[in-house]
Design a protein around this ligand. Structure first.
Ligand code: GLN
Length: 493
């Protein structure tokens, strides 16, 4: 990490504006940091120095001509689920190897239109299915954080593993992610970053490889709450090319960060106190509530009784939608094709060779819960539970403005420690995060402190649908009080 790459997004934008350095200098520093981190952290699926420097030159020219966008000259890392025109987009899967989209995702287009620089795509769990980055076709992604005094490699969480690892390692000034059950917030919590999943439909899904369409939320990682607010703001807005895109303009998220929490009512849901959770997490949660109280918020206990059914419902609805979405990868139109004796054989060989084990498991579960005879017992029931979870939130939000919980039931775990165990162990990582996807409400993870081993832990804030302003206000207040300035010791590159 050089002095340049250590800066926040707002700092680098100010430095560019003051002409302390040029976009080309910032971009070159980012590329060299990315290249030196890659060997140890394996966080990129591609680094495109040539394109990046070209974009940086144009950016410097725009600034010189007085035509700067709000992200002018800032390199932003892109999760490999977003289509970037002409750049291989694989969703970290062998089945999409060699797929170069002819179109640009709406979210990345908005970033480039605002002046951001593309320099590389970040690795992830295959098709965004996972919580550790270990299912990526290009091998596990490594967390820059290590437990104090240990050299064991930890996961950065997932599925937006590479985005989190890269940003936490000081490569890039922000990153995109997607969150279907927690894939932005959980890795943010594991790497000491801010991770935001806005309201469903706020950021367009157009050009984002689909996992579970009714749960998929594009969102952002930032080093600070304000950085994450600016990125989310730029990425938001109505898109006629996504039928579930929200109409109307997004609220002013950046100004909301410093708005304060005076007289806001914050709910603490008892159901999120799980047995067997490390004591540090409960202590941090209480501290978080205290911080908000000291800044003028009112804290009340609330109840979300359907929480215990969220994970079972999620692991029916998400695989059901995935099995349908992933039917398109048949060797005919995209990526990998394994020639067989006949059409069916070609399909089977392509899909067996192209999809990893976890993706195959999800397709099997999804096909099962949607099949005649099981549809009512599983899929339909899960949809009813989904409605109940939404009603829980509606009731609670009649009395409070935001909900505060831990983001994850633990800190970053060792590579390999959950991979071959019962898959449910991995699925339990999403226990606090999946509810917000089921309800489509905004949610954010804010770094709040270190556990006894020196690993970062996040607190989660959830608010009413469309109310990103309160989300960022509470996030900003937590950040001010937590004063989380720790960075991982640099052992890579
Ligand atoms: N870990 C969850 C899963 O494996 C969530 C993934 C995500 O949010 N994309 O499905």
């Amino acid at each position: 990490m050089t002095e340049l790459t250590g800066l926040s997004l707002f700092d680098v934008l100010e430095g560019l504006e003051r002409r302390d350095f040029s976009a080309v200098e910032v971009t070159e520093a980012t590329i060299s940091a990315a290249e030196s981190a890659q060997g140890a952290l394996n966080c990129f699926t591609c680094i495109d120095g040539e394109r990046a420097v070209g974009m940086a030159r144009s950016s410097d020219a725009r600034r010189a001509a007085g035509k700067s966008g709000v992200l002018e000259g800032a390199p932003i890392a892109i999760k490999d689920l977003f289509a970037v025109r002409g750049v291989e987009t694989t969703a970290s899967s062998n089945i999409l190897k060699g797929f170069r989209p002819e179109y640009e995702s709406t979210v990345t287009r908005k970033l480039w239109d605002a002046g951001a620089i593309f320099f590389g795509k970040t690795s992830m769990d295959e098709f965004a299915m996972g919580s550790s980055g270990e299912t990526a076709a290009t091998g596990p992604v490594i967390n820059p954080w290590r437990a104090r005094g240990s050299e064991e490699n930890l996961t950065p969480g997932g599925s937006s593993s590479g985005s989190a690892a890269a940003l936490a390692a000081g490569v890039s000034y922000g990153a995109t992610g997607t969150d279907t059950g927690g894939s932005i917030r959980q890795p943010a919590s594991f790497t000491g970053l801010v991770g935001v999943k806005p309201t469903y439909g706020r950021c367009s899904r157009r050009g984002v490889v689909a996992f579970a369409s009714s749960l998929d939320h594009p969102g952002a990682f930032g080093k600070t709450v304000k950085d994450a607010a600016l990125l989310t703001q730029v990425m938001s807005g109505h898109d006629p090319e996504d039928s579930t895109s929200l109409p109307g303009a997004a609220p002013d998220m950046v100004s909301a960060v410093s708005r304060g929490v005076k007289r806001l009512r914050i709910g603490i849901p008892g159901e999120y106190r799980m047995d067997g959770m490390p004591p540090g997490i409960n202590a941090l949660w209480e501290k978080g509530a205290q911080w908000l109280k000291e800044q003028g918020a009112e804290i009340t206990e609330v109840s979300l009784p359907m929480t215990r059914y969220a994970l079972p419902a999620y692991y029916i609805i998400a695989p059901a939608e995935a099995s349908s979405n992933l039917a398109r990868y048949d060797g005919m139109r995209f990526g990998l094709r394994m020639e067989g004796e006949n059409l069916t054989d070609t399909y089977e060989r392509t899909r067996s060779a192209g999809f990893g084990n976890e993706v195959q498991r999800r397709i099997l579960i999804g096909a099962y819960v949607l099949s005649a005879g099981y549809y009512d017992a599983y899929y339909l029931k899960a949809l009813k539970v989904r409605r109940k979870i939404l009603e829980d939130f509606n009731q609670v939000f009649a009395n409070v403005d935001a909900i505060l919980t831990p983001t994850t039931p633990g800190a970053a775990f060792a590579i390999g420690s959950k991979k071959n165990a019962d898959p449910i162990e991995m699925y339990l990582n999403d226990i606090f995060t999946a509810t917000a996807n089921i309800a489509g409400i905004p949610a954010m993870s804010v770094p709040a402190g270190l556990d006894p081993d020196g690993l970062p832990l996040g607190l989660q804030v959830m608010t009413r649908a469309l109310d990103e302003e309160t989300l960022f206000a509470v996030g900003g207040a937590l950040e001010t009080a937590a004063d989380f300035v720790d960075k991982p010791d640099i052992w890579w590159g």
